[in-house]
Design a protein around this ligand. Structure first.
Ligand SMILES: [Zn+2]
Length: 305
C-alpha cells in the first residue's frame, strides 16, 4: 500500500532537486553533483509518473499532474491537437532548454509526462458525460440550493430572493462545477465535481465572496431592484455559511429546495439579516412587496409578475 504522505514528501524532494539542479549561468553543467541530483530527481519523477495503483488513483493522478505540469512548457500544457510537433517533443525541448539536460532519460521522461497530460485532456472532455452520473448521485438536485432540475415550469420561480425569473431557462440549467477550481489545482476527478444550477454557479463566481461596500450601498434598496449579480452572490454566500440548511426546519439541500429570507423583515438586505429557508415553508415572495412597502409606499409589483 502506498503511503500518500510519503509520496508528497518524495514529490517535494523531487521538485526541489529539479529546481536546485537547474544550472546557474556561472556553474559547470557537467559538475558531478548536479548530475547526481538530476539522476535522482528523474528517477523519483519517473517512478511517480509511471506508478500504478488504482486504489489511490485520484491522489496519484493529482501528484503526477503537478509534476507533469511543472516540467512542461505552456504550449504542451495547453496543447493544441493541430500542432504538428508532438507533445512529448515540446516537453523534451523544454527539459533540455530550461533544465539544461541532454541525457538519455529525457525523451523517456517527456513521453511519460505527455501521457499524463493526455489523460488530463481526456478527463476534461469526459466532464459533460460525467454530468449525468453526478446528477444521479445528487438525486437530480442542485448540490447547493437543492433545486430539482427540469422542474422549473412547475415550481415557483418568481422569488426575488432567488431570481430564477430573471432568466428561467438559463438560471435553472445544470452546470458541472469544480468544487476546487482547476486554477487552484482542482482536478476533473468526479469527487471534485458537482452539478449546480446556473444561478448558484453564478453566485459562487470567482469564490472571492461578497464586497462589503456593494452590500452596504444596496442594503436599503428594494430587493427586485438590486442587481441580479449581487442577489445571486448573496444567495450563494448565505446558503454556504449555513451549510445549505433551512433555518426553520433544519432540512438541508439534499432534502428540500432552499431559498433565503430576511430574518427581520424591516431590516436591510444584509448578509447578517438573511437566512436560508426551505421553499415550502418560506413566506410567500409577496413578502417582498409588503415588507418593502414599509420603506417605499409606491412599491410596484416585482419583476416577472
Ligand atoms: Zn442551485
Amino acid at each position: 500500500m502506498i503511503d500518500p504522505d510519503a509520496i508528497y514528501e518524495q514529490l517535494t524532494i523531487s521538485l526541489e532537486r529539479l529546481l536546485v539542479s537547474k544550472i546557474p549561468p556561472d556553474a559547470a553543467p557537467h559538475h558531478q553533483h548536479y548530475q547526481e541530483q538530476w539522476n535522482a530527481a528523474v528517477a523519483h519523477a519517473r517512478s511517480m509518473l509511471g506508478a500504478r495503483g488504482e486504489s489511490l488513483a485520484s491522489d496519484l493522478f493529482e501528484l503526477r499532474l503537478r509534476v507533469a505540469m511543472h516540467l512542461s512548457p505552456i504550449d504542451a500544457i495547453g496543447y493544441d491537437a493541430t500542432n504538428p510537433t508532438p507533445r512529448h517533443t515540446l516537453i523534451t525541448d523544454y527539459l533540455r532548454a530550461e533544465f539544461g539536460r541532454s541525457d538519455e532519460g529525457v525523451p523517456r521522461l517527456a513521453r511519460d509526462i505527455a501521457s499524463v497530460l493526455d489523460r488530463w485532456d481526456a478527463s476534461r472532455k469526459r466532464t459533460s458525460e460525467t454530468a449525468d452520473v453526478l446528477l444521479r448521485r445528487q438525486a437530480g438536485r442542485c448540490a447547493h440550493c437543492g433545486f430539482v432540475f427540469d422542474s422549473w415550469r412547475s415550481s415557483r420561480t418568481d422569488d426575488v430572493m432567488k431570481p430564477y425569473h430573471e432568466s428561467p431557462e438559463e438560471f435553472t440549467s445544470p452546470e458541472v462545477d469544480h468544487i476546487e477550481a482547476i486554477s487552484g489545482f482542482g482536478t476533473n476527478e468526479t469527487r471534485n465535481l458537482q452539478v449546480l444550477c446556473r444561478l448558484c454557479n453564478a453566485g459562487k463566481g470567482d469564490g472571492l465572496g461578497l464586497d462589503v461596500r456593494r452590500e452596504a450601498k444596496r442594503a436599503a434598496d428594494r430587493i427586485a431592484e438590486i442587481p441580479v449579480a449581487d442577489r445571486v452572490r448573496m444567495f450563494y454566500y448565505v446558503l454556504e455559511r449555513a451549510e445549505r440548511r433551512c433555518a426553520k426546519t433544519g432540512r438541508d439541500s439534499t432534502q428540500c429546495e432552499l431559498t433565503m429570507r430576511l430574518v427581520r423583515p424591516r431590516g436591510g438586505f444584509l448578509r447578517t439579516n438573511l437566512q436560508p429557508e426551505a421553499l415550502d415553508v418560506a413566506e410567500s415572495t409577496d413578502l417582498v412587496k409588503h415588507t418593502r412597502l414599509l420603506h417605499h409606499p409606491e412599491t410596484r409589483s416585482s419583476d416577472g409578475a
